[in-house]
Design a protein around this ligand. Structure first.
Ligand code: C5P
Length: 223
């Protein structure tokens, strides 16, 4: 079954505070975005990548991904959800059976992830890697704790997230509120999304120390 991976790279990375979006910064000699693309492709199971980026970064992104099986980058939107929607609509005329959605700011896709996601799609319309929450969770306001939130049954969602293409497109077209990941839109549409084990190495680079830590430890998954 054909599987296209959307590589989400249209964010400005304002929290990171660098002169370039974090997905374009260099990690171990390569752009973070190229690490993410190579990691998605490494074990098979993904036929091609469709990068989604800012309109003024399309040439830059095409250059960073040179030599990989990538479609020409397309422009994203003002939110992550709008960017994913743009990617899905670009594929809708000639739809793949399966689609992965991956944050370009996540340079590590741990071994076995794509295969496990694809296996889960045999039984469910969507599947995501997620890690159980291990810290105690507090809701706070004004610098004080308001409540302790029970962590039992809570997970941290990662990407790549995998979907049957037609179901994700329908969920996006039906969306009435902004979601921070794609699984949320399937949930809202009443479709089952499977959880597969995530991995601590699958970090979304958000703060400068994330990049520094990755450079220092250089996960074996990365090279
Ligand atoms: O901002 P956040 O870290 O949640 O973004 C996750 C991913 O979504 C990043 O790789 C970012 O480039 C992408 N994104 C996007 N379009 C936006 C906002 C974020 O493709 N408008």
């Amino acid at each position: 079954m054909q599987c296209i991976a959307l590589l989400m790279a249209a964010g400005s990375g304002s929290r990171f505070g660098a002169d370039r979006p974090k997905q374009f910064l260099t990690l171990a000699g390569k752009p973070v975005l190229r690490h993410a693309a190579e990691a998605l492709l490494r074990e098979g199971g993904v036929d091609a990548i469709l990068p989604v980026c800012a309109a003024d970064s399309q040439a830059l992104v095409a250059g960073m991904l040179e030599g990989l099986p990538c479609l020409p980058p397309i422009p994203g939107g003002a939110t992550r959800q709008a960017s994913v929607r743009a990617g899905l609509e670009a594929l809708a005329a000639n739809p793949p059976a399966l689609v992965l959605v991956h944050d370009a700011a996540r340079p590590v896709v741990p071994p076995g992830t794509v295969a496990a996601l694809r296996a889960a799609l045999a039984a469910h319309p969507g599947a995501i890697p997620a890690q159980p929450v291990t810290d105690t969770l507090k809701r706070g306001a004004g610098g004080l704790i308001e409540a302790t939130v029970p962590r039992a049954g809570l997970f941290r969602a990662q990407t790549p997230q995998a979907f049957r293409f037609a179901d994700l497109l329908a969920a996006h077209r039906a969306a009435t509120a902004e979601a921070t990941d794609d699984a949320q839109l399937l949930e809202a549409a009443g479709m089952a999304v499977a959880l597969i084990p995530g991995h601590e190495a699958n970090i979304k680079i958000t703060w400068p120390e994330d990049l520094a830590r990755m450079e220092a430890t250089l996960s074996p998954h990365l090279i």
